[in-house]
Ligand binder design. Structure first.
Ligand code: TXA
Ligand code: MG
Length: 343
């Protein structure tokens, strides 16, 4: 396994590896992806093996621009055009009827393809250099937390990828919004980096969200236990979160709290970018805590890394307060719920 800091030379190497059937972990603005060239069938199949993902779960196709996307979809509808103009490059995946250029194994034999233009400059450069679309799911094992840094990929999949392109920490930090444009009413299959409100503003009409979806048409790949750390995730309201934390600590559990307000008693604080928790006060409760950033973009950017830290520190219980259900809050709430095994 090789981690290369992303510059023109390593992008060229990555392009060669992909063109000859290798797998490369690529940075995107959302999370790191595990990429294979759309032309390389054996590499595409290897993605499913490496991720240990069922072959029925479709992969997202990444292209450098909307003009290229048109080759892979049968009709780029007026809705698709409006959304691509507004949000690409960016964290929005459009599900549209596909052409024969998209191999069956990418779409799990569905007649549709999920396609997007990522906004990370390194990956855009790679897509242009390669001249072929890239299929890329998040670069983590099935049901584990998505990687938002190159080092996360190295820990998760290190020996199974040919190269990791290090493009720095992901700016958005949660996956793209997946929007189905094949049904009468546009439907959000997975909330993500582009909010429902932003999509509705562009389309000038309401879109359906996951809870309103007809349960007979679930999104393939929306496993309810997704994005899960090993610690038990428990969602708690602000009014009771500290009481629950103290109770769990009394029972001898390793407790960590993600809350919007500081506790009224001393306990160990996790600084925004400190990697280990420390405590200098002997009277502090044995509870680590992260004061949730009020800025939802900052919260999304840090969330998965915080999940990983909890696993590294062998936390037993992660008590989390949900952010408001607006804007990016929808995606964050969705990921926290799934981390807790709820959907
Ligand atoms: O931000 C992202 O979307 C990242 C980066 C790497 O682009 N990718 C990602 O891929 O999250 P993955 O495979 O972990 O999740 C893709 C999701 C699946 O859960 C699936 O539900 C949905 O996208 N999806 C993809 N193609 C689809 C299709 N044709 N129809 C319905 N859903 C689709
Ligand atoms: Mg994923």
């Amino acid at each position: 396994m090789l981690i290369a800091s992303a510059d023109a030379a390593s992008v060229k190497i990555a392009s060669r590896i992909l063109a000859t059937g290798g797998l490369v972990a690529i940075p995107t603005e959302t999370v790191y992806g595990l990429a294979a060239s759309l032309d390389q069938e054996s590499a595409l199949k290897r993605i499913f093996e490496v991720k240990r993902r069922p072959s029925s779960h479709p992969l997202i196709v990444h292209v450098p621009d909307a003009e290229t996307a048109v080759r892979y979809v049968r009709s780029f509808s007026p809705h698709a055009t409006k959304l691509a103009t507004a949000f690409w490059p960016g964290p929005l995946t459009l599900v549209l009827p596909r052409t024969e250029l998209v191999p069956d194994c990418v779409t799990g034999s569905h007649h549709t393809v999920g396609i997007r233009v990522p906004s990370h400059p390194v990956t855009l450069q790679l897509l242009r250099e390669l001249g072929t679309a890239l299929a890329a799911p998040s670069a983590n094992r099935f049901t584990q937390v998505s990687p938002t840094r190159a080092a996360h990929v190295a820990v998760d999949l290190g020996h199974d990828v040919d190269l990791i392109l290090d493009g720095g920490p992901c700016e958005v930090g949660v996956e793209s919004t997946v929007l189905d444009l094949t049904s009468e009413q546009p439907t959000i299959l997975r909330p993500g980096g582009i909010s429902r409100e932003a999509i509705e503003l562009v389309l000038e009409q309401a879109v359906l969200s996951p809870s309103e979806q007809n349960s007979t048409t679930p999104s393939p790949g929306q496993h309810h236990l997704h994005y899960s750390p090993r610690a038990r995730v428990q969602i708690a309201a602000a009014a009771e979160i500290w009481k629950l934390a103290k109770q769990a600590a009394t029972e001898g559990k390793r407790v960590r709290v993600f809350a919007s307000e500081r506790p009224k008693f001393p306990c160990r604080t996790l600084e925004p970018f400190r990697t280990t928790s420390q405590d200098t006060r002997s009277d502090a409760e044995p509870i680590d805590f992260w004061l949730l950033p009020q800025d939802l973009h900052e919260l999304a950017k840090q969330l998965y890394n915080r999940f990983r830290e909890a696993d590294r520190d062998k936390v037993d219980i992660l008590l989390i307060e949900l952010p408001p259900n607006t804007g990016l809050g929808q995606a964050i709430r969705d990921r926290i719920r799934r981390a807790g095994g709820l959907s």
